[in-house]
Write a protein that binds this ligand. Sequence first.
Ligand code: NAP
Ligand code: MG
Length: 495
Amino acid sequence: MLEEKQLQKRTGNLVFKNAWDYDPAPESSGHIQLRETYDLFINGEFTAPEEGRYFATTNPASEQKIADVAEATKPDIDKAVQAARNAYNKTWGKLSGRERGKYIYRIARMLQERAREFAIIESMDGGKPIRESRDADIPLVAAYFFYYAGWADKLQYAVPGVEPKPYGVAGQIIPWNFPMLMAAWKIAPALATGNTVVIKSAETTPLTAYKLAEIIQDAGLPPGTVNIVSGAGETGAEIVNHPDIDKIAFTGSTDVGKLIQKSLAGTKKGYTLELGGKAANIVFEDAALDQAVEGIVNGIFFNQGHVCCAGSRLLVQEGVADKVYHKLKDRIETLIVGDPLDKNTDIGAINSKSQLERINHFIEKGLEEGGEMHQSSAEVPSNGYWCKPTLFRNVSQSHSIVQSEIFGPVLAIQTFRTPKEAVEKANNTPYGLSGGIWTDKGSKIFQMGQNLRAGVVWANTFNKFDPTSPFGGYKESGIGREGGLHGLLPYLKIN
Ligand code: NAP
Ligand code: MG
């Protein structure tokens, strides 16, 4: 073995501890333009909040402030809704589908042109690895705008036999885990169908929505067509309860979704709720195991497990359980936890201090309840919020970490003997958003897919998205679908 000093001599400044250690490959963020303060985007202009309140948005990898962001209160929401109503009555709502489509295509193209900038800011503000924001989030954002731009002049084919009409003003509330992607899922179909929008970003990740506001300005959309506000839960509640909003689209936790559903009961507002999940990846003995292990790792560890449809449970057939467990152990040992802007990083920063506390709470509970835990030996930076990839086995259906959505890089592993048992275990949670099946047999995929109570079931892959496919959940995972033709319908009155 060469001593560290000898190694340094031979390789310049580079010191390799292991053959699989990579040199840092940071994405440069020098060209990114960020303001020190972001005001609300209302009626086509950046507008100071009425009550003059601002909050800081920080980089969860460094705990440093990035910018101050306006907090919208009731008078601001009133203004935003009024602007959206005017645009609906006088400008956007009067345009033909063909004209609307042109604007949406323009947004999509501009997003593609500025993709790198968006990816970097998404990673800085939210903590996700640049590889994810660059290769998945932002390309998908553009793809959803392109897809819905195509629908704008074809709505009569979406619902044959009826002439669909827009709702009017849509109020939209999004979470922090996919800030831009969730904005695209909401804004693109609303615009394609002729609605106007008031959208609220999440408190910890407001920046890219305001960068999108710049694109909306540059694309020349009539003022008031899209209004973007920021703030905490109270700001969201102002949108939900505003009397001049016609439709609510919410993505977030099941708890808040239930509150929203209660406050909408008895009103004429339409709504869609895209809520939590606790997906099971089901691995059969006949599966390609190395491929399955990659899918499991992609499903729960990349993106820090901050994914509603994350494969946070593994159900593995008994005969291969030990083998899969050891392969997983080996694989997570190679995952790099750290700087989200480093192109080698697999697991970035946990989005916020409170989210890290929530994850740690569940890890402690898992141990208290008798689970056997294994964490990788990854070194994590001293500043910022981090969680090493974590496996739990010897857990049963009643364990909190099997039932609750943790929203972190924590995988609960159980075994099964028969397909029936796998289905029973997979379905036995309050959620039903997604699932995964790994097997060599097509017939098993169809049989399992039919019996899983989940909105999306992936087979021999995981976490794949496409704008043409509907996405949404069963049970407490939500109501309604986003994406594809189905994603148009909640924005249309079809009677
Ligand atoms: P959250 O706490 O429910 O927050 C979601 C959004 O709602 C945020 O903008 C939040 O503002 C706002 N909000 C909070 N309380 C509100 C209230 N009483 N009325 C109106 N709005 C309110 O969820 P999160 O922690 O940000 O996001 C994670 C959750 O989203 C997970 O459960 C995940 O599964 C789910 N999710 C689901 C999907 C899907 O498609 N099914 C996709 C992505 C995420 P603040 O940010 O200021 O709290
Ligand atoms: Mg932030």
